[in-house]
Design a protein around this ligand. Sequence first.
Ligand SMILES: *Cc1c(COP(=O)(O)O)cnc(C)c1O
Length: 448
Amino acid sequence: MEPNPLLRQLPQIDALLRRPELAGLSPAAAAPLARKTVEEARQRILSGEVKDAPSAEDLCAAILQKARGTRLREVLNGTGVVLHTNLGRACLSEAAARAVVTAARRYSDLEYDLASGARGARDCRAEALLRTLTGAERALVVNNNAAAVLLALTAVAGGGEAVISRGELVEIGGSFRIPELAEQCGCKLREVGTTNKTRLRDYRKALGPETRAVLKVHTSNYRVVGFTESVSLPQLAELAHSRRLPVIQDLGSGCLTDLWGEPTVQACLRSGADIVTFSGDKLLGGPQAGLLAGSARWIEPLRRHPLARALRVDKLTLAALEATLETYLDPRRAQAELPVPRMLSETPETLRRRGEALLSLLGEDFPAALVETEEPAGGGSLPERRFAGLALAVTPAEITPEELARRLRTGERPVLGRVRGERYLLHLRTLWDEDLPCLASALREALP
Ligand SMILES: *Cc1c(COP(=O)(O)O)cnc(C)c1O
C-alpha cells in the first residue's frame, strides 16, 4: 500500500530538537516529548482526522505545552453545589487567601515564639483559636478529617476495641470507610445494635476488658429515618466515663455555628465527647485540614504520637486556617466574609439580582431565562437539606445542551453547569458577581 504522503512531511525528531523554540528545554526532557508529539501527529494523519501535516512551529508549541504540564485550572462553578468535592470543596475568604500568600513568600514565626525567643509549636495559634471558639481544653490540627480519625483511633484504641453503632458505619466516598480505617488503626470495631436501632444497653453489653473507646460517627452524608433509635451523646458519655473510657466523636462536616441544624463542635464537647474530629474544608469554610478538639487528657497523647508528625499540616494550610478561624470570633464577619456560609445562606433577592445582571449582560436575544431550583450543600454535608436556588436556564436552538456543556467546559475559562432535559442550567449560588462578564462572553461564544 502507498504510504500516506503527509507522513513524509513530518520533521525528523533531531531537526525538531534543534529548533530555537525548544532552546529552553534540556534535550533529555525534550526528546521523549518530541517523539510523543510526532507520534500523535502521525496517528492523526493515518486516521484521516487531519488533511495537512502540522508545521514544525505547531509541533514545537505542542511539545512546550506538554513540558509545562497542565496546571490546576480555575473553574466557574455553575452547579450550585457549594461544597463540591471534585471542585475543591470550600473556597477561602480573601483574608485567608492573603494569609496564604504572605506565609508562602516570606519567613514566619511558624515554630518560633517571638516573645521568649525559643522554639514554639506550629499549630499553637490555631489551637488557641479553636479553644476560644469551642471551649475545648486542647486542640490539634492534621491534614484532613480522615487523618484526624486515623490518629485518634490509632492512639486511643490501637490494639484494642472501639465500640460503634451499626447505624454509624459511614462511608465518605470509596476511600474513607470507618470499618476499613479502623482496621488500618489496628483497632477492632465492636459493632452494636442494628442499622436502624441502637440502645444504651447494646453499648453497655459490648464494653469489656478490651474496650478502649466508644466511637460515635455523625451521619453527615446520610440520615437513618423512620423506625429508628440511637443513643444521645450525653447518655453515651456517661456510660463511657463510668468505665473511664473516652468518647471519640467524628463530626465530619464540623460546624461552629448552628445555622443549619447540624450539631456544633462546642455542643458535642459540652455533651461529654472527649475528642471531636471534623473537617476544615466542609461547613467550616477553610482549607483542607482535620481538626481535633477535646480534653487535655485525651488530646495531649495524640500530639506526642509518632503519627502526628506524619499527618501534620504545612504552613500554608495553617495560615489559611488561622485566618478562617479568626473570622468566627465575630459570627457576623464569618457569615459575610467566608464564601461557604455566605453562599449557603444567600437570599433569594441576591440570587435574583445576580441572575438579572447575567441576563442583561447576555442581551435580549439570548435564549435564556431564570428558573427556580433546589440545591444540595454537597461535600457530604446536610444530606436532607435542599436550598431554594435560582439558575440561568439556557435552551440552545442549534446545538444540544450536552454540546453546550462540552464547549463551556473546555473553553479558555472552564464553566461547569448541569444539563437538565433540553436545558443547560447555571446555578447562581456558586458564581461570583465579578465573574459574570466573563461568564456572559463564554456563553455568547459557545452558542453559534
Ligand atoms: C467528610 C467526613 C470525613 C472525612 O473528612 P476529610 O476531611 O474529607 O478527610 C470523615 N468522617 C465524616 C463523618 C465525614 O463527614
